[in-house]
Each structure stands twice: as structure tokens, then as C-alpha cells.
Ligand binder design. Structure first.
Ligand code: CU
Length: 127
């Protein structure tokens, strides 16, 4: 008798789990506004961070400060903003394209934008 009860209990648990998984799979998250502070020191994100994760549809703002003049460039979206020491530069956009995008730093040398290092990546997950 107790064996049957256990079996039914397991079935019930499995059923509840399935419902929970299904509910979370179709639950689209509401778009949110996210602001990230980026500080670039010696051409590196300080403190370092490999990845910024947002959801498709989110309103994203990068606030950047740097110790030299350069361009903060979000590849894929192809958005850029000039960073000047002592000022806060802002890059604001709606994350409508999904994927993983490089955030690069392009320092100015002799007033010309140059190739530079990857600072981090932005991952936009499908909503
Ligand atoms: Cu670039």
C-alpha cells in the first residue's frame, strides 16, 4: 500500500514540476531599465567584468568614465560615445537585437581614433 502511495506521490511531484517549468518558459519578463557604470583605466574596465547580461527589450544605459580620450564602441549595435577624462559619457539604447556584442575601447592617438582592446561583452538574451 505504501509503495502505491509513494508512486502516486512521485507522479504528483513530477506533474507539479512540469507545470512550474511550463509556466516559467512562457513567462516573458517585463522590460526594465538598467544602468551600468563603466570606468576605464589604462584601457581596461576597472573593476573588470567579462559580461553584462540583459534581456531583449530592456532599456540599457552605459555611463562611462575614462582616464584618457577615446571612443566607447558597442559592436553589433554600432553605437559609440566619446569619453573625455573628468566627464561622464552616456550610451543609452533599447536592447532589441539578441546575441553577444563586444564592447571595445578605441583610444585617440593624435586626435585619431585607433584600434583598441575589448573591454567586455554585452549579452542580450531573448525575451
Ligand atoms: Cu569598435
Amino acid at each position: 500500500m505504501s509503495k502505491i502511495l509513494n508512486h502516486r506521490g512521485l507522479l504528483l511531484l513530477a506533474g507539479l514540476l512540469l507545470i512550474a517549468v511550463a509556466a516559467s518558459a512562457c513567462g516573458k519578463s517585463e522590460p526594465t531599465s538598467l544602468t551600468f557604470d563603466l570606468t576605464i583605466v589604462h584601457q581596461k574596465l576597472t573593476p573588470s567584468r567579462d559580461l553584462f547580461v540583459v534581456k531583449q527589450g530592456d532599456q540599457v544605459t552605459f555611463k562611462a568614465q575614462g582616464d584618457e580620450v577615446g571612443l566607447l564602441h558597442l559592436h553589433g549595435y554600432d553605437l559609440e560615445v566619446k569619453v573625455t577624462p573628468g566627464e561622464t559619457a552616456q550610451l543609452a539604447f533599447k536592447a532589441d537585437a539578441t546575441g553577444r556584442f563586444e564592447i571595445a575601447w578605441h583610444p585617440y592617438v593624435n586626435a585619431e581614433e585607433t584600434e583598441g582592446p575589448t573591454l567586455s561583452y554585452l549579452e542580450v538574451q531573448p525575451n
